[in-house]
Design a binder for this molecule. Structure first.
Ligand code: GLP
Length: 243
């Protein structure tokens, strides 16, 4: 196995180890391209980056960010859009230039064009230096659901029911949960120079076990990470219980 697994005692420690890695990347390369994720898992990491920025003045002035995915059909200022999530949880509290933050546009009239534009942009800025990832219960990374080609680039995807159910906690009802998303593809994620995967909680234990010991298959998208040459998994004890 090529990847490293760092065992954290709990969510706080997982977030702290991840924050140290992100901060050291930015210190070493002030104009780093950061790949960012949404979901509950990286929230602790983002809090620590904000704290560090306030206390130690780590600067994001020359950093560019590229987010993995966005729901299709939600306005940018919808409280559940990833556009809003990233501003509230991170961007509004650090000195990143908002013009340098990028999220696929889930309101674009032509999703194919938007996907091509996004992919081209990532390419033009030289690719992602450090990609933060979470994992879905069904092994999705970004919003690449089971069955997505390992060769996929940014694309429109229909969300799995399991994913909609998992994310329903943020919406008033299941009906409000979008059915589609635009996501960086598996190839786009694999092109990152370095990846940090965060895994927390007992509900992710099965997924982590599959990722580490299961078959490398498009039916379990995260399994592709075993083919990358610089992946660090930072997981807490609850998530590691089947390892
Ligand atoms: C979400 C996101 C993923 C995220 C995953 C897990 O739907 N699109 O990028 O990693 O599902 O989310 P959470 O961290 O809330 O468990």
């Amino acid at each position: 196995m090529k990847f490293e697994i760092i065992k954290a005692d709990n969510y706080e420690e997982m977030s702290r180890i991840a924050a140290e890695k992100v901060i050291s990347k930015i210190t070493e390369k002030p104009n780093a391209i950061l790949g960012l994720a949404t979901g509950s898992t990286p929230e602790g990491l983002y809090k620590l980056l904000i704290e560090d920025h306030q206390k130690h003045y780590t600067s994001y002035r020359y950093v560019k960010t590229v987010n993995l995915d966005e729901y299709v059909g939600l306005d940018k200022d919808d409280k559940n859009s990833y556009f809003t999530f990233m501003r509230e949880k991170l961007f509004n509290h650090i000195d990143v230039d908002l013009n340098n933050t990028n999220i696929p546009d889930g309101t674009a009239a032509n999703m194919e064009e938007e996907a091509a534009r996004y992919e081209k942009y990532i390419d033009e800025i030289g690719g992602v230096d450090l990609q933060i990832l979470g994992i879905g219960h069904n092994g999705h990374i970004g919003f690449n659901e089971p069955g997505t080609s390992f060769k996929s680039t940014t694309h429109l995807i229909k969300l799995a029911e399991k994913t909609r159910e998992a994310n329903a906690r943020f919406f008033n009802s299941m009906d409000e949960v979008p059915t589609e998303a635009i996501t960086m593809g598996i190839q786009s994620i694999m092109d990152s120079k370095e990846i940090i995967l965060l895994v927390s909680g007992a509900s992710k234990a099965e997924a982590l076990k599959n990722l580490v010991y299961g078959e490398i298959t498009e039916d379990f998208p995260a399994s592709v990470l075993r083919l990358h040459n610089k992946v660090t998994i930072i997981a807490d004890q609850d998530a590691l219980q089947l390892i």
